[in-house]
Structures are given as C-alpha cells and as structure tokens.
Design a protein around this ligand. Sequence first.
Ligand code: ADP
Ligand code: ZN
Length: 210
Amino acid sequence: MKLILLGAPGAGKGTQAEKICDKLGIPAISTGNIIRAALKNGTEMGLKAKSYMEAGQLVPDEVVIGIIQERLKEDDCKDGFILDGFPRTIPQAQALEDMGIIIDKVIDIEVPDEKITARMSGRRVCSKCANSYHLIYKQPKVAGVCDACGGELIQRRDDAPETVQARLVEYHEMTEPLKDFYSKLGKLRIVEGQEEVKDTTRLVFAALED
Ligand code: ADP
Ligand code: ZN
C-alpha cells in the first residue's frame, strides 16, 4: 500500500505513520527527519535546507523532490510506504505522478490551528534518533529520555511559537490545496485528530479500510 499522511505541522502525522508502519510493515518516510539528519551531518543538502527550516518555511521543491526520488528507490519501498510530510505542495504531488507512483490513499489528519499552537509547545524530540514525544499526550517512560535509544529529549527550534505560526501560514497556503487535489482523484480520507493518540489511530485504521 502506498499512503500519504497529510495534515498541519504538529497534527500527529509522524506518530500515526509509526502506527501504520507497525501494522502494515511498510516504511514510514519523513522528509522532515531526512532533512534534520542531513543538517546534523552537515551535508550540502542540509546546508541548503537550514535557513528555510529554521524560519518555518518550506524547503524548495527541487530539494525535497530529489530526496524522495532517492529514498523511494531503496529496496524497503518496493511493497509500499507511508509518506509523512511529503508532498507539501502541488508541484511535489505532481512530481510523484510524474514518477509513475500510484498512491492508494491520502489520510488527512485535521486539527484546528488553536490546538496545534497549544500542542506544539509540549512536543519533544530525541536528539539522537528523532523519535517524537509530548509532555502530555505521548510521554516517554522516563521524563526527558528517549524510550527507543536513551537519547536526550529536546525541543525542536522550529517548534518555537513564532515559527509555528509561520509554519501554519505555509500549511494553509501551500499544503492545504492538496486536499482538493487528492479529493478529485477520490483518494482523500479525512480523520479528525483526537486528544488521545490511540483514538486517532483507531480512526486512521478505519480510514485505511474504506
Ligand atoms: P511537521 O510535520 O511537524 O511540520 P516536519 O518534520 O515534517 O514537521 O517538517 C519540518 C520542516 O522540514 C518543515 O517546516 C520544512 O521546512 C521542511 N520540510 C519537510 N518536508 C518538506 C516538504 N515536503 N517540502 C518542503 N519542506 C519540507
Ligand atoms: Zn532516541
């Protein structure tokens, strides 16, 4: 199955992508995580993306399209994948079509802006492996420590309130038109993001069935 997860920053795409990955055994691919890893490793692509990401802006299409083209060639993608954070613009969606990739379903996780702003302040990520947590909704077993690798949990720089606002503006302007794009193709399924992760997961799994 080839899936796309759509939704505002902080809507919980990454968390739900992991759940689908566990259930269906297909890889969850996060362009955000790939870019952050590149930044950390100081690669050329990381350097190109840095200023955009830190300002809460989208990284240029040609950069992320290049990332996805490379990633989808890998062996683990042959039976399907979940795209978390790609596409985020119409040209990115068009690039998938041009690559001949047939997407089965697009799950859009809807969370109102006010809730996004409140949630983002509680988000924490592992400084080593990029797993994500929340001070209230997705607590690690030990406060401040990653369950998966023991790494220190930190706040992402682009989760600062001013940057979150900028990301929401980008989302509404550039990414939301994708709902219409995929709705016209009959692929869009809308899920209302719930307070509890497991409740959203139940709705996401139901949307995968229909
Ligand atoms: P979130 O879903 O919480 O916004 P991500 O980790 O998916 O976080 O993305 C973080 C940042 O990485 C974005 O604000 C943007 O700068 C960059 N980015 C990730 N994916 C894309 C994409 N498909 N197109 C452009 N920029 C992207
Ligand atoms: Zn970790």
